[in-house]
Write a protein that binds this ligand. Structure first.
Ligand SMILES: Cc1cc2nc3c(=O)[nH]c(=O)nc-3n(C[C@H](O)[C@H](O)[C@H](O)COP(=O)(O)OP(=O)(O)OC[C@H]3O[C@@H](n4cnc5c(N)ncnc54)[C@H](O)[C@@H]3O)c2cc1C
Length: 592
C-alpha cells in the first residue's frame, strides 16, 4: 500500500527561507514565526499521514453507495471527517467572527496540499464547503452569514457548488435551472444539476447547496444567471433544522477516480432558495471565489504528484533490476536498485524539480492572494488574477504528467492496482477538468487576462522577473545557472505576449491556437523565477553556515536541473505559438 509523509521541511523552507513570511508586511503574518508554522504543519502532517492516507485506498476501492436517497461514504470516512473537523482544520483560514481561526491563506494552502496528497476524495468534502463558505462570506446578508457560516466553518454543515447541467458545463449561459420569486423574498428552484461533488453524503447534518439558476424574465445568457442558497434541510429562524427541502440526489456517477467523493446528479423540484448577492449577478458572486478555488485545484495537481513521487522514490530504491553501467552498486545482490539508472534518475528529477518549484509557486501565489485580501492591494489582486489560470492549468497538467512518471517507475507493477499507483493518476486526472477545464483556463489567460487593464498585470510580472535578475546580477553563484536561463525564458514569454498582441487582433484563431502553449510557457517561467528565488535562499543559508548543508545543496542541485532541463521548454512553446493558426486550423472540420 502506498505511504505518505507530509513534506513539512520543504514547506518550512519555502515559508521562511524564501518567502520570509513572519516579516512580511501583511496583517496576520507576524504570527507566522518558524515555531508556530512548524507546530501547525506537524499537526497537519500527523493527521493526514496517520488518519487520511490509510483511507485513500479504502475510498478508491469501496467508493460511495446510494441507497434509498442516502449516499453512504466509504468505511472510516465519517469518523475521520469528525476527527478532522473537531481538530478545527476546515476552519483554519475562516473568519474568527464565525468560529474560524483566521489564519492566512498561505498556511491554509500548505495544509491543503497535505489534505489533498493524503486523500483528495476526502479533502473535497471540506474543500467544497470552504468554497461555498467563501461565497456566502463575500456576498451574504448579515442574517445569511449568521445562519450558515458558523456551522460551515467546522463542517457541521457542508457545502456544494452547483453550476453544471447535462447540456452545459463551460457555456453556462445555456443554463435551464429556473428560479421563481415567491413574493416573500424566497424563490422556487427547479431543474437538474449534474456532476455535483459532495452533493449528498452521510457525514454532516445538513448540506448547503449553492445553486446557479435563471430568474424568469431576466436577461438572456450568462447575464441572467443568479446564485441561490438551497439548504438540503431548511433552517428555522432559531437556527434549528426544519423540514426537508425539495432537493434530492438522482444518482451517483461511476467515474475514473476520486471514488471516495460522491459525484451526484441533483434534482431541484420546487426547492426553496434564498438569493445570494444580487439578482442576475450570480457569475460575479461565483467568480469572487474563483482565485481561491482554482489555487485549491492547482494544489491538487501538485499534491498528487508529491504523493506519487514519494512512493516512486521508495520503489526505485528497493526494486532490483539491471546493473549500473558504470559498475555494480549492489555487487552482493542479484542486481542494482532502479535508482542507479540515468533514465530513472531523469524521471525522478523531473518530478522532484516540478514539485518543489510548484510548491513554491503555490505558496507564493497564496501570499499574493493574502496581500490582495488582507491589505486590499489592487496590484496584487491584478497579478494573482493573471496567474490564476496558470496555477490551475499548469500545475494540474504537469501534476498529472508527474503521476504518470511515478507510475512508470513501477513498470507493470504500476499498472496493477495492488501497488496503489494507478489511483494517483486517476485521481489527478479530474483536476485538469473541473473548476474550468484546462483548455478554458488557457483561453481565459490569453483571451482575457493578458490584455486586462491594458496589459498592466503582465507588465508587472515582467518587471518582477527583470528586477530580480537585476538585483542579483552580481552574484556569480546565481548568474549562469539561474539568472541567464530565467532571462532567456522570460524573453520567450515576452515574445509570445507580443505575438498575441499583434497577431491576435488580426486573427483571434492565431492567439487561441497557441493558448495552451502560452499557459505552459508562462508556468515554466513562474517556476524558473521560483527556482531562482530558492537558489538565492539556499546560497544565503549555506553562506551563513547552516547546520543542514545537505538540504540546501540538494535544493540548489534540484534547481539547476529545472533551469537546464525543464525551463528550455519555453523555446519549444514559443516556436509552436509563432506557427500561428494555420497548422492547427488548416483542415476542414469534415476532414477529421
Ligand atoms: C468528478 C467531477 C466533479 C465535478 N464537480 C462539480 C461540482 O462540484 N460542481 C459543478 O458545478 N460542476 C462539477 N463538475 C463539472 C465540471 O466542472 C465540468 O465537467 C467542466 O466544467 C467542463 O464542462 P463539460 O464537462 O460540460 O465540458 P464542455 O463544456 O462540454 O467542454 C468539453 C471540452 O471542450 C473544451 N471547450 C469548451 N468550450 C471551449 C472553448 N470555447 N474553447 C476551447 N475549448 C473549449 C473544454 O475545455 C473541454 O475540454 C465536475 C465534473 C466531474 C467529472
Amino acid at each position: 500500500m502506498p505511504t505518505y509523509t507530509a513534506p513539512t521541511k520543504d514547506m518550512q523552507f519555502v515559508l521562511h527561507d524564501m518567502l520570509n513570511v513572519s516579516s512580511a508586511d501583511i496583517p496576520g503574518y507576524d504570527e507566522l514565526d518558524n515555531d508556530f508554522t512548524a507546530a501547525v504543519l506537524d499537526e497537519a502532517g500527523k493527521i493526514t499521514a496517520e488518519v487520511l492516507a490509510p483511507l485513500n485506498v479504502v475510498g478508491d476501492t469501496e467508493g460511495c453507495r446510494l441507497e434509498n436517497g442516502v449516499v453512504y461514504t466509504p468505511t472510516g470516512f465519517k469518523e475521520a471527517f469528525r476527527q478532522v473537523c473537531d481538530a478545527g482544520w476546515p476552519g483554519l483560514a475562516c473568519d474568527p467572527e464565525y468560529g474560524g481561526q483566521g489564519m492566512p491563506g498561505v498556511i491554509g494552502s500548505a495544509v491543503g496540499e497535505m489534505l489533498n496528497a493524503s486523500n483528495q476524495a476526502f479533502a473535497m468534502y471540506q474543500g467544497l464547503t470552504n468554497g461555498a463558505y467563501a461565497s456566502i462570506h463575500a456576498h451574504g446578508t448579515a442574517a445569511q452569514k449568521a445562519t450558515y457560516l458558523p456551522k460551515m466553518t467546522n463542517c457541521e454543515w457542508t457545502g456544494t457548488m452547483n453550476l453544471t447541467e447535462p447540456h452545459c458545463g463551460t457555456d453556462l449561459g445555456m443554463m435551464r435551472t429556473r428560479a421563481e420569486p415567491q413574493g416573500d423574498g424566497t424563490y422556487r428552484i427547479s431543474g437538474q444539476k449534474i456532476f455535483i461533488s459532495a452533493g449528498e453524503h452521510d457525514m454532516s447534518d445538513n448540506i448547503i447547496h449553492l445553486v446557479l439558476a435563471k430568474i424568469a424574465g431576466g436577461p438572456k445568457g450568462i447575464k441572467g444567471v443568479s446564485l441561490f442558497i438551497v439548504p438540503k434541510i431548511l433552517v428555522n429562524e432559531d437556527g434549528s433544522l426544519g423540514a426537508r427541502n425539495g432537493v434530492s440526489v438522482g444518482s451517483i456517477e461511476e467515474k475514473m477516480g476520486i471514488h471516495g467523493n460522491s459525484t451526484c446528479v441533483m434534482n431541484y423540484d420546487g426547492a426553496t432558495g434564498y438569493l445570494l448577492g444580487d439578482e442576475h449577478k450570480g457569475m460575479r458572486a461565483m467568480f469572487t471565489m474563483m482565485n481561491h478555488a482554482r489555487l485549491g485545484v492547482g494544489l491538487q495537481g501538485l499534491a498528487q504528484a508529491e504523493v506519487a513521487y514519494q512512493n516512486a522514490v521508495i520503489y526505485a530504491n528497493e526494486r532490483l533490476q539491471g546493473r549500473d553501467v558504470t559498475g555494480a552498486k549492489n555487487p552482493d545482490g542479484p542486481a542494482d536498485p532502479l535508482i542507479v539508472h540515468p533514465d530513472i534518475r531523469r524521471s525522478l528529477m523531473d518530478q522532484k524539480s516540478f514539485i518543489e518549484g510548484g510548491r513554491a509557486f503555490a505558496l507564493w501565489s497564496a501570499m499574493l492572494l493574502d496581500t490582495a485580501s488582507r491589505k486590499g492591494d489592487d496590484d496584487a489582486l491584478g497579478l494573482i488574477s493573471l496567474l490564476t489560470p496558470v496555477i490551475k492549468g499548469f500545475l494540474t497538467d504537469q501534476g498529472y504528467d508527474m503521476t504518470v512518471k511515478a507510475q512508470q517507475i513501477y513498470g507493470g507493477h504500476g499498472y496493477i492496482e495492488e501497488q496503489g499507483m494507478s489511483q494517483f493518476t486517476r485521481d489527478a486526472r479530474i483536476a485538469m477538468i473541473y473548476e474550468g477545464a484546462n483548455g478554458v483556463q488557457a483561453l481565459d489567460l490569453v483571451g482575457r487576462k493578458l490584455a486586462a487593464d491594458g496589459g498592466k498585470h503582465v507588465m508587472a510580472f515582467f518587471d518582477l522577473v527583470k528586477t530580480f535578475i537585476k538585483e542579483n546580477e552580481g552574484d556569480a553563484a546565481l548568474k549562469a545557472d539561474f539568472l541567464d536561463p530565467l532571462k532567456a525564458a522570460s524573453k520567450d514569454l515576452q515574445a509570445a505576449s507580443m505575438y498575441f498582441m499583434s497577431e491576435g487582433m488580426k486573427n483571434p484563431n492565431a492567439a487561441l491556437a497557441g493558448s495552451n502553449d502560452f499557459m505552459h510557457l508562462f508556468g515554466h517561467v513562474c517556476l524558473g523565477l521560483m527556482w531562482a528565488h530558492m537558489a538565492r535562499s539556499a546560497n544565503a543559508a549555506l553562506a551563513a553556515g547552516t547546520s543542514d548543508p545537505e538540504f540546501y545543496e540538494t535544493k540548489r542541485t534540484t534547481g539547476r536541473y529545472y533551469m537546464s532541463r525543464q525551463l528550455c521548454a519555453t523555446a519549444l512553446h514559443l516556436a509552436r505559438i509563432k506557427s500561428g493558426a494555420d497548422p492547427v486550423m488548416a483542415l476542414a472540420a469534415e476532414a477529421f
